[in-house]
Design a protein around this ligand. Structure first.
Ligand SMILES: CC(C)(COP(=O)(O)OP(=O)(O)OC[C@H]1O[C@@H](n2cnc3c(N)ncnc32)[C@H](O)[C@@H]1OP(=O)(O)O)[C@@H](O)C(=O)NCCC(=O)NCCS
Length: 195
């Protein structure tokens, strides 16, 4: 084991469980681990209700409510919700698959990577695991919708083999700093990939 790997592993094993990802040193150690060993050094498993308080980095309170609602649909099998975890257990990237929104396909949504750990391959890693889960259900299409104002995410999906094939109206709750909730209406480009 190289000294850097040793440092990262030892640092992370010293972890204090609560809000440990708030610490710059821990973020640095996770980043170093990913740089040395790739995103595959981190485990992907199921996001759980107990994780909600540790994914505040992924969006506003209304986003977290939408995540909680999605998690409630996991038990029926309509949704799978995945988390990539730091060695200390906290989610550092997350995303869901909805099996009901498009016939014969798994639809990826609510994808997000902890801002300080973006551009290290975690998003790609999560999308590939989601594709594997969709195939395990016997489905051959992965679909996702991306807004026009998010060209970086679109570039990432196109690089992963997704192609635009249509557009769809979308809406979700939005909350400002004062806690005012409004409905955000938009249109997304639909991208799909044959698995
Ligand atoms: C979109 C999002 C989930 C991507 O997650 P990510 O973990 O940054 O994704 P990746 O690291 O796999 O890929 C992103 C970029 O990193 C680059 N990258 C991937 N692996 C890399 C590595 N090992 N080393 C350096 N760069 C790498 C990719 O080339 C890509 O480059 P780009 O910036 O030119 O597009 C993330 O940016 C995010 O949370 N955005 C905010 C929420 C959002 O927009 N969600 C999507 C809604 S459709």
């Amino acid at each position: 084991m190289s000294w850097e790997r040793n440092f990262a592993a030892r640092y992370l094993s010293l972890g204090h469980p609560e809000h440990i990802l708030g610490s710059d040193a821990v973020i640095d150690a996770v980043r170093q681990l990913i740089r040395l060993e790739g995103p595959g050094a981190l485990v992907v498993d199921e996001l759980r209700h107990e994780d909600l308080e540790q994914i505040g980095w992924s969006g506003s309170r209304s986003h977290l409510r939408a995540v909680a609602e999605a998690l409630q649909r996991v038990v029926s099998g309509d949704v799978e919700y995945l988390a990539v975890r730091a060695p200390t257990g906290e989610p550092v990237a997350k995303g869901a698959i909805d099996y009901t929104s498009h016939d014969g396909a798994g639809t990826l949504w609510q994808l997000a990577t902890q801002p300080e750990l973006q551009s290290l391959g975690l998003g790609s890693y999560l999308v590939r695991e989601a594709e594997r889960r969709i195939r395990l259900r016997g489905l051959r299409w992965a679909i996702l919708g991306v807004e026009d104002n998010n060209p970086r995410a679109r570039r990432l999906y196109e690089r992963l083999g997704y192609q635009a094939y249509g557009r769809e109206a979308a809406s979700w709750e939005q909350e400002d700093e004062r806690g005012t909730v409004t409905m955000y209406e938009t249109e997304v480009t639909l991208l799909r990939k044959h698995l």
